[in-house]
Design a protein around this ligand. Sequence first.
Ligand SMILES: Cc1ncc(COP(=O)(O)O)c(C=O)c1O
Length: 390
Amino acid sequence: MLEKLNEEIIFFKETAIMEIANFGRKYTKDTGKHVYPAWFGEGDTPTSKLIYDKSINALNEGKTFYTYQNGTPKLRSEITKYMNEVFNINTKPENHSVVTGGMMGLRLICDLIVSNGDEVVMIGPVWPNIRSSVLLKKGNIKEISLKLKNGDWVIDFDLLLNSITAKTKMVFVNSPGNPTGWVMPKEQQKLLLNHTRHLGCWLISDEVYHQITFNDFVSPSFLELSKPNDRLIVINSASKSFNMTGWRIGWITHPEELGSHIAKLVQITTTGVPEFLQNGLVSALENYKTITLELRKNLKKSRNIMFDRLVTWNKVECSIPEAAFYAFFKVKGINDSLDFAKKLILETNVGVAPGIAFGASGEGHLRICFAAKDTFISEIMDRLEPALNK
Ligand SMILES: Cc1ncc(COP(=O)(O)O)c(C=O)c1O
């Protein structure tokens, strides 16, 4: 049956994050044993009532029709207000398009920019869906890897700049980064933006974790440095900042000229984000200070509970992240992280993401999402300790 299907999809490999989650789910089905899930990148707190009440109201008001492809005027205006306030910038509603989550934002941008054989430079280890989005468009990925040095993730910045040449179509930066939590310093952002500006290639900045920081500031955005006609697109999402992963809603910030082309792509994919969901995001943005204050407080607590122990484990080498909500650490002596993660499920009933999911530079590492209640974190640490501290 499969012969008549698109081979590129049939032979496209599932990410190792999904592979481990499916392994864990099957284990639960076969044995009845619970697996503690720390493999995906999401918190365990449901969306605030402040947000979903607005969506319920919208449904009650009959907001159940097709809507604007780039987002409702109300939401685009609210996004503009939020972005301008948070980053002290001066964007207009025409610079923002609402998309079905950061993921759809990435896919649309790859549709817009990447063609067969195009060179895309990215910094690894990197969230697998980013790589997959480029590979689906048959782009060629050139990856520059972060290295863990004295407890910090660092990039060979000269190597990064030298890798971006006249042949490069697109540069992809994810800061704060999943899985490492690495944040590109403002000075490097400035030099990188100048370099891409000079070469005329596209710079795509995935800033979906910009609110998930532990120093009370949002992480620096390329938008703070850019000019209106820069080939810069920034991807954002309601998922991480507002506990809205299941809503599938985000936004991209782009030069005004791109809006109508993004609208065409939205039209032939999702045809737009349901209006009642957009109303929920309006409320999240109106209340962002209260929501993110609480979120950061809880995340900081969970991070500290996890890292107070993790840093003392003798098989572990790690960096304490200042942003995003992952522990991404090297496990001494392992060279097959997927196999090791499977063994952890069998031995400890804890599901973690294998480092290989984030590219070759992630091999030998594991990623645990710490966006969870302190009781969950303590439980999984108790369970993991015998395997990682011996
Ligand atoms: C770096 C990064 N970008 C984008 C996304 C997409 O988020 P969403 O599609 O939920 O908005 C994620 C989700 O894990 C992510 O980690």
